[in-house]
Write a protein that binds this ligand. Structure first.
Ligand code: HSE
Length: 433
């Protein structure tokens, strides 16, 4: 019988503690499917004494995760530290360079160093497995790399951050402010240690970078992603979206366009009838459009201990069975370096909320600027009105445009602001039809 797979877990936060419990719970089935025992033998974390609800006495303890990664009696390192540099990078590089398999949930590390790390894994013929890095418990990495290998993928889009979806859902359903909802997300433990990673759109961007590489067979290019977060979304935007038949979702979208690969993360008006708009709370969803299968949507928990541990276990099971190929599907040398489609070339409909000076002629000026840039308006809504006779009073005005380009909308809005009829930076939300 093959010797047991000896695992070292580096990082014992919510996910790490769940991984220890799940490996214990599933030990018999893992052994049966892999034909060998699977055991966690060593762990590393910052604070040995913290109560994690799991007995650590049976594991060898390392204060330094890189020392765990270098230890001779470990076959596979599970990196759950997080961060794109420092201990996480050192741990993964040490493990790979000493010929150990690596399982990681670290999307930030992959977004920044994924190409170099994949090359290290390929050179040493070991696994670099990262099912847990995108959409938590939703098995989207293997779906793209393995289950859809017979397809040309044209578009990947989805809700990839549970914190943002939770905040937007509660703002919509309960009329709460952004700040009130963010505090609850932190209390419930699914926001990142630094919540600006979540609400600023960067966590979504890291996950999108991983999915783009797998979907299109290209090198990870996280710097090419246009990123906007959700902190500027107001209860009024959510109310207007509802009246207009939309829900606001933070989407990550990657698609092949004539100008190259477009990658973008931003709040989006999604039609209420679309499947993505039904996904509420901490859930994630990913839609993959491809030639043969047409369209597949996966929905499930994108954050939290057990769901993320579920994804980690699927990678551990592969390592135990000896299943590993090129981390991004194709060997690194065969991954393309595609052109970046600039955001200014993006085309679609737009929701624009303007704070407009309430006096005759204001709307005419704005409409003229839109017309100058060939932007066709589908509807104009004015909400409320300023105090009677008040000089300098403003009103919120909502414009919905037909399809136009990002460059046109930005130019028209810059000019409208220059005309002095718009008093605050416009709120611009792209519409996905
Ligand atoms: N903080 C992330 C989220 C989970 O809210 O989706 C881990 O990626």
């Amino acid at each position: 019988m093959t010797h047991p797979l000896r695992i070292g877990v580096a990082g014992l936060g919510t996910v790490g503690a769940s991984v220890l419990k799940l490996v214990q719970r599933r030990a018999n089935d893992l052994a049966a499917t892999a034909g060998r025992a699977v055991r966690v033998t060593a762990v590393s974390a910052r604070d040995r004494r913290r109560d994690r609800g799991v007995d650590l006495s049976g594991y060898q303890w390392f204060d330094d995760p890189a020392a765990l990664a270098a230890a001779n009696d470990i076959d596979c390192v599970v990196e759950l530290i997080g961060g794109d540099e420092g201990p996480a990078r050192q741990t993964v590089e040490t493990a790979l360079s000493s010929g150990k398999h690596v399982v990681t949930a670290n999307k930030a590390l992959l977004a920044k160093h994924g190409v170099a790390l994949a090359r290290m894994a390929e050179d040493r013929n070991v696994a670099l497995a990262f099912e847990a890095s995108a959409a938590g418990g939703v098995p989207v990495v293997k779906t793209l790399r393995e289950a859809l290998a017979g397809n040309v993928v044209t578009r990947v889009s989805g809700i990839l951050n549970g914190t943002c979806n939770y905040i937007l859902s509660r703002m919509e359903l309960e009329g709460l402010t952004f700040d009130e909802c963010l505090k609850d997300a932190q209390r419930l433990g699914f926001a990142e240690a630094d919540p600006t990673f979540d609400v600023g759109g960067f966590d979504t961007a890291h996950k999108l970078a991983v999915l783009t590489s797998l979907a299109f067979g290209v090198k990870i290019d996280a710097d090419a992603i246009h990123v906007e977060g959700i902190s500027s979304i107001t209860p009024l935007d959510l109310k207007m979206a509802d009246e207009l038949g939309y829900r606001i979702k933070l989407l990550g979208v990657a698609e092949r366009t004539a100008a190259g690969v477009e990658q973008r993360v931003h709040p989006t008006m999604a039609a209420k009838s679309s499947s993505i708009a039904q996904v509420m709370g901490v859930l994630n969803a990913v839609t993959i459009d491809a030639d043969a299968v047409r369209s597949v949507t996966l929905i499930g928990p994108g954050a939290g201990g057990d769901p993320t541990a579920s994804a980690v276990l699927s990678d551990i099971a592969d390592v135990a069975r000896g299943l590993h190929g090129a981390p991004f599907g194709k060997p690194v040398d065969l991954l393309d370096d595609p052109a970046r489609a600039p955001m200014q070339r993006h085309e679609g409909g737009y929701y624009v909320r303007l704070t407009v000076v309430d006096r005759p002629g204001s709307m005419a000026k704005i409409a003229t600027r839109m017309g100058d840039h060939q932007i066709s308006l589908e509807s104009i809504l004015q909400k409320g009105k300023g105090p009677r006779g008040g000089d300098g009073a403003t009103v919120p005005v909502i414009l919905i445009t037909h399809a136009t380009s990002e460059a046109a909308i930005r130019a028209a809005l810059d000019e409208a602001q220059g005309d002095g009829v718009v008093t605050e930076p416009p709120q611009v939300i792209r519409i996905e039809r």
